[in-house]
Ligand binder design. Sequence first.
Ligand code: ZN
Length: 314
Amino acid sequence: MKRRIIYIVLSFILLISLAGCMSDENDKNSETKPIITTTLFPQYDFTNIIVGDKFEVVLLLPPGVEAHSYELSPKDMKTLLSSDIFIYTGEAMEPWVSNILETLEKEDIYVLDLSENIKLESFNYPSHDDLDHEDSQYDPHYWTDPMNAKIMVDEILKAVVSIDKNNEEYYNQNANKLKDDLDRLDEDIKRVVNNSESNTIISGGHFALGYFANRYGLEYISPYEGFSPNAEPSAQAIAKIMKIVKETGAKAIFYEELIDPKIAKTISEQTGIEMLELNAAHNVSKEQLETGIHYVDIMYKNLDNLKKGLGYHE
Ligand SMILES: [Zn+2]
């Protein structure tokens, strides 16, 4: 009996000292901000721009990690459960979300599926029957179309305002400024495409800019089918691309971000054409994250590369 009392007293002391530590932590952060957790870089970036310093915005993907191979870790699940809002791309990009939706709803977390108001297309799946999810027949990269990005901004704005109505005006202003930037980007892309010799993007990687190409009337060729980062293209597919490069006099071979561009490198070495990055902005490197790069910056860098690769004339 005595021992038990001692145990209880000790536990109590431990609890008090723990609580002490915790309040110290809180003091350091002055006030605890509500958390918005996002899956991919585009929604992380848009959310950050809209909320300014009023929320803490978390990107689940560690910097530099290839998005399609991401798996939810217990640590990330903990982060998710402490969030006020969870923003994801959709079933095709993050099939794991369906397994935790019920749990998130029970915790009263505002769950936003950004694909809900987007017209999804099935680019890049010409002959795949081996798909696990029916929904994954959709090309998940809709954010590469800046006009879809504007729809995402509106959806994020709605979610944020529903949690913090007091700062609605501030969020509206930030969102409007971002949408103006996206409109300007759209105009600039149109101008470049309309004043270029070629309208065909020759890619040595998984081609994730189907929505982008579709909006601006660009054609694209890739040796890959689908988006699995582990799938290898066939030798015939690579040979076919080399033939097209020679026949069309293409100026550049494009490669994707954050993956070893070995196919583009082979094609570049064998044909002598330049290698240029076409970044689909799934995720960014640690360096880019630290310098505060934005989706719009990535798209302008792509536009510079497209100017070179497609033969742009002022
Ligand atoms: Zn992708």
